[in-house]
Design a protein around this ligand. Structure first.
Ligand SMILES: Cc1cc2nc3c(=O)[nH]c(=O)nc-3n(C[C@H](O)[C@H](O)[C@H](O)COP(=O)(O)O)c2cc1C
Length: 349
C-alpha cells in the first residue's frame, strides 16, 4: 500500500534563519482593545497567547499604528513611541514562549483614519466615502515624516522581539491608497503612472529594510485586485510585487479589495488564485488567505502550489486550537511544546 505523505501543513518553513514551525499563520485581525495610548493590555497577551498555545506557526499582530493619526479606531495598538516597546516585548515574548514566530503588521490608515482630534492625511484630498471627511493631501514633508514613522515603528517592533514585520499595503489603507489610481490623483512624482504611484510605498519598504536586521523577515500585505474598473489589475500588482521583492521584501501576503466599498464575492479559498498568480510570476514565498476554514483546504492550498503559508483568520477566532485539530486530522504530531502534550493529547488524539 502506498504510504500516506506527511502533511505539508506541518512542514516547518525557514525564512532568513527564522523557523516557522508549521504553515499556519494567524493573519492580522484588529481587536480594538487598547486604550487611547495604544499600549498592550492583558487582553492582548491572552488573545495572542492562545494562538501560540494552540499551535499556530506564525502570528501576525493586528494593524498597529505607526503614528497617532494612523489609527483605524481609537482603540488600535500603537508603535508610535518608545513607550510602546515594553508591552510589545511582553506580547512577542508570550508567542515565543509557546513556539510561534512573532510578527506584527505596521499600518497607517491614511484617509480611512479615526479622526480623534487629528487631521487625516492621504495621497490626495479624496474622501473614501460620504461617511468620511476628505483628508489633507500629503506634502513632501508629510511623505518624509510618514516614511520615517514606518521606519521608527519597525525598529521598535524589532527591539520588542518581533522576528517578522508586515507592512500593511492592502485594504485601502495608506500604502494601498498610494498604489491605487482610485485614491492617488497626484500629479507629482508620487502619483500619475504606475511607477509614480509605487514610489512612496516602495521607498517605505526600502527604508524599513535598510533600518532592520538582515535576519528580520519583511513582509507586505497587498490587495491583489480592487474590484473596480477604476483600479489596478492583478497584472499591475504582479509588477508591484516584483519591485517590492527587489526592495528586500521576503514574503507577500495576498489579500484583496478595500479601495471601494464593495464586498468581494467570497467562497472557501476565494483569494488563493491571486496568491498563486503572484507566487508563480515572481517566485517568492506567499501567504494565501480567505475562508480557508478546514485542514483539508489548507493542505490542498499548499500541495497545489497556491501558497507557501496559509492564513486562517476567523476560524482561529472561533477555534484557537485549529492547528491541533488539523494535526490530529492530518495525522501529524501536535505542533506544541512537549510539556503541553500531556494535557492536550487527551483532547486531540
Ligand atoms: C475582526 C477582523 C479584524 C481584521 N483586522 C485586520 C487587520 O488589522 N489587518 C488586516 O490586514 N486585515 C484584517 N482583517 C482581515 C483578515 O486578516 C483576513 O484577511 C480576513 O478575515 C480573511 O481571512 P478569513 O476568511 O480566514 O477570516 C480582519 C478581519 C477580521 C475578521
Amino acid at each position: 500500500m502506498a504510504e500516506t505523505p506527511a502533511a505539508l501543513l506541518f512542514a516547518p518553513l525557514d525564512v532568513k534563519g527564522a523557523r516557522i514551525r508549521n504553515r499556519i499563520v494567524v493573519p492580522p485581525m484588529c481587536q480594538w482593545q487598547a486604550a487611547d495610548d495604544g499600549v498592550v493590555r492583558p487582553y492582548h497577551l491572552a488573545h495572542y497567547g492562545q494562538f501560540a498555545i494552540g499551535g499556530a506557526g506564525m502570528i501576525i499582530v493586528e494593524a498597529t499604528a505607526v503614528e497617532r493619526r494612523a489609527r483605524i479606531r481609537g482603540e488600535d495598538l500603537g508603535l508610535w513611541s518608545d513607550d510602546h516597546i515594553k508591552g510589545m516585548s511582553e506580547l512577542a515574548g508570550v508567542m515565543v514562549e509557546y513556539g510561534a514566530l512573532p510578527a506584527i503588521q505596521l499600518g497607517h490608515a491614511g484617509r480611512k483614519a479615526y479622526r480623534g482630534g487629528t487631521r487625516a492625511v492621504a495621497p490626495s484630498a479624496v474622501a473614501f466615502s460620504e461617511s468620511y471627511e476628505a483628508p489633507d493631501e500629503m506634502t513632501h514633508g508629510d511623505i518624509n515624516t510618514v516614511r520615517q514613522s514606518f521606519v521608527d515603528a519597525a525598529v521598535r517592533a524589532e527591539k520588542a522581539g518581533f522576528r517578522a514585520l508586515e507592512l500593511h499595503g492592502a485594504h485601502g489603507y495608506l500604502l494601498h491608497q498610494f498604489l491605487s489610481p482610485i485614491s492617488n490623483r497626484r500629479s507629482d512624482e508620487f502619483g500619475g503612472s504606475a511607477e509614480g504611484r509605487l514610489r512612496f510605498p516602495l521607498s517605505v519598504a526600502g527604508a524599513v529594510r535598510r533600518a532592520i536586521k538582515q535576519s528580520t523577515v519583511l513582509m507586505i500585505r497587498v490587495s491583489a485586485v480592487e474590484y473596480s474598473p477604476d483600479g489596478y489589475t492583478l497584472d499591475d500588482m504582479i509588477g508591484m510585487c516584483r519591485a517590492f521583492k527587489q526592495a528586500g521584501v521576503d514574503i507577500v501576503h495576498v489579500s484583496s479589495g478595500g479601495s471601494v466599498s464593495v464586498a468581494p464575492p467570497s467562497w472557501p479559498g476565494y483569494q488563493l488564485g491571486f496568491a498563486r498568480a503572484i507566487r508563480d510570476a515572481i517566485e517568492m514565498p506567499v501567504i494565501g488567505v480567505g475562508l480557508v476554514n478546514t485542514p483539508d483546504l489548507a493542505e490542498f492550498a499548499l500541495r497545489e502550489g497556491f501558497c507557501d503559508l496559509v492564513a486562517v483568520g476567523r476560524e482561529m477566532l472561533r477555534n484557537p486550537n485549529f492547528p491541533l485539530r488539523a494535526a490530529a486530522q492530518l495525522g501529524a504530531a501536535l505542533p506544541i511544546r512537549e510539556d503541553l502534550k500531556l494535557v492536550l493529547e487527551r483532547a486531540f488524539k
